[in-house]
Design a protein around this ligand. Sequence first.
Ligand code: ADP
Ligand code: MG
Length: 555
Amino acid sequence: MADSQIGGGQQVLLLPEGSSRLLGRDAQRTNIAVANAVAHAIKSTLGPKGMDKMLVSEMGDIVITNDGATILEEMNVEHPVAKIMVDIAKTQDKEVGDGTTSVVIMAGELLKGAGDLIEQGIHPTTIIRGYKMAAEKAQGIIAERAREVDVNDDATLQKIAMVSMGSKNVGDDNTKAHLCKLVIRAVKQVMEKQSGKLVIDHDFIKLEKKPGKSIADTEFINGVLIDKEVAHPGMPKTVNNAKIALIDVALEIEKTEVDAKIEITSPDQMQAFLQQEERMLKDMVEKIKKSKATVLVTQKGIDDVAQHFLAKAGIMAIRRVKKSDMEKLGRATGGKIVTSLDDLDDKDLGYAGIVEERKIGGEQMIFVEKCKDPKSVTIFTRGGTQQVVDEAERSITDVIGAVSSAIETGKYVFGGGAIEIDIANGLRAYSSDVGGREQLAIQKFADAVEVVPKTLAESAGMDSIDTLVQMRSKHKTKEGSQAGVDIFKNTIGDMLKNGVFEPLKVKQQAIASASEAAEIILRIDDMISSRGRPGAGGGGGGGMPGMGGHGHEME
Ligand code: ADP
Ligand code: MG
């Protein structure tokens, strides 16, 4: 690799000029500082009283958001450790769709705690071992505290949804309640039972957005909304009780692959040639007519002549539809995507109560609605400006994640920092059973998890130390486990009464990802960076982690 030993144990650096290297404590100190800086950058957005951030890209695009994952992504961080922090937010987003800010600030705190212990002379591997034990114990505590929610318990699901949306700046409570209801409806509509378990594939909740009207006008569409228009002005713009042919076939005459020359010597021949082409296209349209389809959707193109014949037959046609939309249409309408017109049969057609082209904000869109028990649906987000619809859509994504997580595992815990206090109390008790140096790491883990209630209290203008102390002792009593930060009354409140519920899965994933990220970063004790030197070879590329280990012999 970068350096090697020559006679007499003398070390020769083979690193190219301009590259840098950090070893041991220096590497750890820097990495911990970077991770903390990242956590600090989004800390103020946590919870309903959290602030928004405005990010302006190099191109001048503006994003206003409260969403941890989005902020980190837009920040375009450079440092490899910062990238790891961004990745955990992304993982959290992908796995459970919510809890991205919490996971990052917890990871930051875990690393800060580890930094303190390293300064006291405790080896990172001991800290890692302690953190692993703590994370496992924490999972057990969360599971123990969880309560059950039935898929039909809409009142509880609505509370979970409202807490997830709570921190987002997307209108008043009525508007939020409206959006949450839409999400619950959408999630339940696409939910499927797979080997006795409820599973929700988020891909089948299509999110479309257009600036215009207000967030309250956001709609649930029992089917699919496609950003396309009817192919030909002579075609109907509305088809009721539509029978829909979904094809992956071009209604065009294929251009030959090889260069072919057609020699035409007389006007008659020209005429015959064109007629031949027209006949072929007409034949294609005949096949569609024969299937009794009233709407045609194709992934490919439609020739002008074919459009004309389709229009004459009163068929609405939509062309060049994305593959992913074709799949959604299949699941929504019950139609089958056909790859050869000869195979097109009545049985393959999908059904929608209405297919209609509507003008939205100056552009045409196709609504495929009123499907029968569709397995793919759409939420069509509206709002005053592009920034507003963007943030509304991001919040909807979070809520989809929270509601599906709650339904999939059927469990929830108390938010407002309540579950975090339970975890911290449990870990502190556990640490004395463990003893040894690991117990110090477990105690740091407990402190780190408390960053959530601490930050929530700070955002409400409460004294964070007092709040933590009081919450800890309340949670040690029997009825106390509902005590959390009442953000709106600036006091400690009853989270059951306030309906501050969060999915178990979101909390479990947050603990797992935060501790994993902390471990990865703590393992690094050698950072070799050859950035800024194009073609500097893969070995030290960007000083990526994973090359730790190497430096151990130097301690
Ligand atoms: P994340 O990206 O981590 O989900 P949020 O900004 O959504 O961050 O904030 C989530 C935190 O806010 C959770 O700890 C949750 O319990 C808390 N929270 C949300 N609504 C309330 C509320 N009404 N009262 C108290 N805490 C709340
Ligand atoms: Mg959230």
